[in-house]
Design a protein around this ligand. Structure first.
Ligand code: ZN
Length: 237
């Protein structure tokens, strides 16, 4: 089982690199294709704001590529160099997706709220969960006494890493829903000419796949430390 998980972890790592390459090349390709309409990314976002009665979210420029994001704290959609004021298919697709997050936030959808609620605990747990699990396992294995206190610490680390996995798991439906909202708005408002909508779908599918692979990777990591700690504990008995 250990070697299977090890091989799976390597496989997921390779797939992750392939997906990153696929995402970059898809965005590059569709960044060169203009939308074929009078809309650019900023105008598309503004239209989506009007449609959804969103009055308090700003659009700002963020340096870099693929750095587009929605910040619920700042109530701002940040668009990268390849999106801000750009009228390419990729720019509008990415901007409409980010606007999808702003809509989820303003409508307070359950899955978005769950993901938001998990953000701080998951960041804390990803920092300390692995240290407690591995550290507890190593100290528990080295300890001469019959006490399995260190394995209890390791167990806490495993539970903490499970919270990290839950965060990545919640990301997937949130991302799928934001892309669905973005694509719907693109079609409904004609942000992109009909013959080029397939490009928007490709960009969003590639971006969405990165979240699926992150979730898979977190699950395999969780399984690996779970099995490691569990085996350590049973060996002590
Ligand atoms: Zn997103």
């Amino acid at each position: 089982m250990d070697s299977i998980l090890y091989l799976l972890a390597i496989l997921v790592c390779i797939i992750s690199m392939i997906i990153q390459f696929w995402l970059k090349s898809t965005v590059k390709k569709w960044s060169k294709v203009d939308s074929g309409t009078e809309y650019d990314a900023n105008a598309a976002v503004a239209q989506m704001f009007r449609e959804n009665d969103i009055l308090d979210v700003k659009i700002a420029h963020q340096d870099g590529e693929l750095t587009d994001c929605y910040s619920p704290k700042e109530r701002t959609i940040f668009l990268s160099n390849t999106s801000y004021n750009k009228n390419s298919v990729a720019a509008i697709a990415v901007a409409a997706h980010e606007c999808g997050h702003a809509i989820q936030d303003s409508k307070q959808t359950a899955i978005y709220q769950l993901r938001q609620a998990l953000t701080v605990p998951a960041s804390f747990c990803s920092r300390f969960g692995m240290i407690l699990a591995i550290g507890g396992f190593l100290l528990g294995s080295a300890a001469q006494s019959g006490s399995n206190l260190w394995f209890q610490v390791a167990k806490i680390g495993v539970v903490m890493y499970f919270v990290v996995f839950l965060f990545y798991l919640a990301m997937v439906p949130v991302e799928v829903d934001a892309s669905r909202r973005g694509l719907e708005a693109i079609k409904k408002n004609g942000f992109i000419s009909a013959d080029k909508i397939k490009g928007a779908r490709k960009v969003l599918t590639a971006a969405g796949s990165t979240y699926v692979i992150s979730m898979t990777s977190a699950f395999i990591t969780f399984l690996r430390i779970f099995m490691l700690v569990n085996r350590g504990r049973s060996r002590r008995r």
